[in-house]
Design a protein around this ligand. Structure first.
Ligand code: NDP
Length: 499
């Protein structure tokens, strides 16, 4: 890669990756290979093995062996923390390289990829602390003859399935917590964005993670993903992706009643009151739908705005989006990159066409952009949207914002809650009563007041309703990967049952 200019170049030939088993890469050999094209450039960038079910069994067996012999779970929290801290240091040193492969496979701007790797470094450092503070509870109120303990134990072998929209960030919102808890794991990235998940394997090894604790199996979701979900020797599955596949994971996990963590879709409201700082709100709303080309489960896709300012405010958001720089993701100046998959590109353009058919009005955007060989869509704002329209109800997962006006606070809350999802929401107002009332009554797992899409490892991630089960990150996140055991300890002589 050419590091000297402000515009990096895609590789001349695609890079071959192996899957990661028991601390070492396994080359594709005679397996089929998936050739990934950069969505920003249309050229091939990586070649990823299509693992077989035997490969999957081998990775699960490696994770099982590593768990059972306690090479990781038997270490102190301090020793586990040391590995996580070392991992953070190596990630930091390799930021540019990881960001480059992330951008090539995903299409997101290189500056954003670098920022995300920086976020991952921070998560590993946070999780190192959690490894040391994770603890149970004790009961000293059971009388002089009984003492009670509640211990937390790692749940065992975790299967982790991640999506293509934030391949490395979503991975790193989970891996350090899984490892902090003492579990071992097999992860399956989306087939189209496997590179950085594979690179993490050698980084963890270099940081001192024992072999077998982190394994990566590659291939498609419908084959290897499904098999991992059904696997009889996996104790827990953490899945992030669509609500439809999340539902199929629910059924598949019934094979051995594995515990499930699910982070699924969203159709997240941005509620804007007339008394907000409109300049800040317009910028936040534009960011909330433009960031990562709207391919975020927490994108603010529904603008619910006080009727008195609806037209003016929509124009302000449209003006912001028109000024956002869409283009080559390897260009340092780019703010909005390419659409990650061909299927997603078709889906978004399909919804834009449907919005027009349903009678919504395009305020800005509404078409594909002709930029080089990649696939790009202009950030789009629709007004005249009614709650029954598909563009108002379905998760589009693209840079498409729908505007719906409201007259009263109650009406704003009703519109916000009129969805099967409950992942995230934002409210913009300078009135504390309105801010807190909306925060308390809108059903969503993540909430932002006068900001959006902010976060850090301290606060948990997860959704209400059909947006998922369980929480990732924070103290809550590490606890998800533990089992609770209650222990009764009798002191002194037993009161006999039989005299
Ligand atoms: P999926 O839900 O299909 O993909 C998410 C992950 O699940 C990928 O690793 C995928 O693998 C894997 N997967 C697919 N099928 C199965 C299965 N049967 N069993 C186990 N794992 C499976 O999302 P899509 O990529 O198809 O995107 C479709 C829609 O999902 C988007 O338009 C968006 O609405 C939503 N989505 C939501 C995300 C979120 O963060 N909440 C993230 C991604 C998508 P592979 O990619 O290799 O097939």
């Amino acid at each position: 890669m050419d590091q000297s200019s402000t515009r990096l170049l895609p590789p001349e030939t695609p890079r071959d990756f192996g899957f990661f088993l028991d601390g070492a890469y396994v080359p594709a050999g005679d397996r089929e290979v998936f050739l990934r094209n950069s969505p920003g450039h249309g050229t091939p960038v990586t070649r990823i093995p299509k693992c077989t079910t035997e490969d999957l069994d081998a990775t699960v067996a490696a994770a099982r062996a590593a768990f059972e012999d306690r090479r990781w779970s038997g270490l102190s929290g301090a020793d586990r923390a040391a590995v996580l801290l070392k991992t953070a240091d190596i990630l930091e040193a390799r930021t540019d390289e990881i960001a480059y492969w992330e951008t090539l496979e995903n299409g997101k701007p290189i500056s954003q990829s670098r920022g995300e790797v920086g976020g991952c470094v921070s998560i590993f450092r946070y999780a190192a602390g959690v490894a040391r503070t994770l603890h149970g509870d004790s009961f000293n109120n059971l009388g002089d003859k009984m003492f009670g303990l509640v211990t937390r134990e790692p749940i065992g072998v975790v299967g982790l399935i991640t999506p293509w929209n934030f391949p490395f960030l979503i991975l790193c919102e989970r891996v350090p917590f899984i490892l902090a808890s003492g579990c071992t794991m097999v992860t399956k990235p989306s087939e189209v964005t496997s590179a950085t998940t594979l690179i993490l394997g050698e980084i963890l090894k270099e940081a001192g993670l024992p072999d077998g604790c982190y394994n990566v199996v590659t291939g498609s979701g419908s084959t290897i993903g499904q098999a991992l979900t059904e696997h009889m020797d996996v104790d827990m599955l953490s899945f992030t992706g669509s609500t439809a596949v999340g539902r199929s994971c629910l059924q598949a996990a019934g094979s051995n009643f594995k515990k499930l963590g699910l982070e699924l879709g969203g159709k997240n409201p941005q509620i804007v009151f007339a008394d907000s700082d409109l300049e800040d709100a317009a910028d936040g709303v534009a960011f909330g739908i433009g960031f990562n080309t709207g391919q975020c489960c927490v994108s603010g896709a529904r603008l619910i705005v006080e009727a008195s300012i609806a037209d003016t405010f929509s124009e302000m958001v449209a003006a912001k989006l028109k000024n956002a720089r869409v283009g080559d993701p390897l260009d340092e100046a780019t703010q909005i990159g390419a659409i990650t998959t061909d299927a997603q590109n078709d889906t978004i353009l399909g919804y834009i066409a449907k919005g027009r058919e349903e009678g919504a009005k395009v305020v800005t955007g509404g078409a594909a952009l002709d930029i080089g060989q990649g696939q790009y869509i202009a950030p789009t704002v629709f007004s005249n949207v009614t709650p029954d329209m598909a563009i108002a109800r379905d998760e589009i997962f693209g840079p498409v914002l729908t505007v719906m006006p409201f007259e009263t606070l109650d009406e704003a809350i009703t519109i916000a809650n009129d969805t099967i999802y409950g992942l995230a929401a934002s409210v913009w107002t300078k009135n504390i009563d309105k801010a807190l009332t909306v925060t308390r009554r809108v059903r969503a797992g993540r909430f932002w007041v006068n900001t959006t899409l902010s976060g850090g490892p301290e606060l948990p991630i997860g959704g209400f309703k059909q947006s998922g089960w369980g929480r990732e990150a924070g103290v809550y996140g590490v606890e998800e990967y533990t089992q609770i055991k209650s222990v009764h300890i009798e002191l002194g002589k037993r009161d006999p049952w039989v005299e």
